[in-house]
Design a protein around this ligand. Structure first.
Ligand code: NAD
Length: 246
């Protein structure tokens, strides 16, 4: 096979067809809330109940959300590519659980997870499926110091060392359903490309960072990605049909 190590970066767009709204960068609104009210550290000080309630609502709504063919295609890629001796590192900016539900493993949730909570007193992060409040007590240390395990704007994403190592050794970088405006994820393509990886984006439209990709496949990820994965798994390399835009 022409490629060995693949890094996949996913964003809100891959889950849009499963009924989870994307982040509206043009209005700055996320699920009808302003980012500064629910997704910055100061919001937790100003109005912690609003922050907990916001993520409680999203966590509850995950229960009936199902993965779509794009999530399943990535699980298939990971399973079959690994069986051929390659690696697939799946990095997601998403806080939902649809990659897990589709069967992917070892997922790096660089922006945290709705189904996890963080005790800022004892610094433990652990699975959490209930509603939380500012009064919720940590089962480990007994302190009222739980917060949603979400990386807010102004905070450092998780597991950047691991991500950097995977980008250093990858020869194929796929970016799926991300607008390319949230850093540092938006810079992963430039980083991998500068080290020789082929970079391909999947989006409805040409994204803000499209110029850094070798080419893009435009349309619904649930349609473009399964076709792409089938070809990659079957041939171990990529042919670029005339119809693909770049
Ligand atoms: P974004 O909302 O900024 O951009 C989504 C991108 O996906 C857009 O470029 C859009 O054109 C594209 N898209 C929409 N539907 C698509 C489809 N069917 N197929 C292919 N592409 C499609 O998302 P982002 O770049 O991930 O950044 C937003 C931030 O908000 C992230 O940090 C993320 O953590 C958070 N977020 C997460 C979720 C989630 O967990 N599902 C949802 C909303 C926002």
């Amino acid at each position: 096979m022409d490629y060995k190590n693949i890094v996949v970066l996913t964003g809100a767009g891959i889950s849009a067809e499963s009924g989870i709204p994307v982040f509206r960068s043009e209005t700055g609104l996320w699920e009808n809330h302003r980012i500064e009210d629910v997704c910055v550290p100061a919001a937790l000080v100003r109005n912690p109940k609003l922050v907990h309630d916001f993520y409680n609502g999203m966590r509850r709504s995950l229960k009936d959300k199902k993965p779509n063919p794009a999530h399943f295609a990535l699980a298939k890629l990971q399973k079959e590519w690994t069986a051929k001796g390659g690696t697939v590192t799946l990095v997601t900016q998403n806080i939902d659980d649809l990659h897990e539900k589709a069967g992917s493993t070892g997922i790096i949730h660089m922006h945290g997870e709705l189904n996890s909570i963080w005790c800022t007193a004892c610094n433990r992060r652990f699975p959490y499926f209930e509603d939380s409040t500012p009064e919720s007590v940590c089962p480990y240390c007994g302190k009222k110091a739980l917060r949603p395990d979400i990386v807010f704007f102004e905070e450092t994403p998780y597991r950047l060392d691991e991500i950097t190592r995977a980008l250093n050794r990858c020869d194929l970088f796929l970016s799926i359903g991300t607008s390319g405006v949230v850093y540092p994820a938006a810079a992963f393509c430039q980083y991998a490309g500068a080290r020789g990886a082929q970079c391909i984006e999947f989006n409805l439209d040409v994204s803000a960072g499209a110029a850094y990709f070798d080419y893009g496949l435009y349309g619904k990820a649930s349609e473009t990605l399964p076709r792409f994965v089938d070809e990659l798994v079957e041939k171990g390399t990529l042919l670029r049909p005339q119809s693909w835009q770049g």
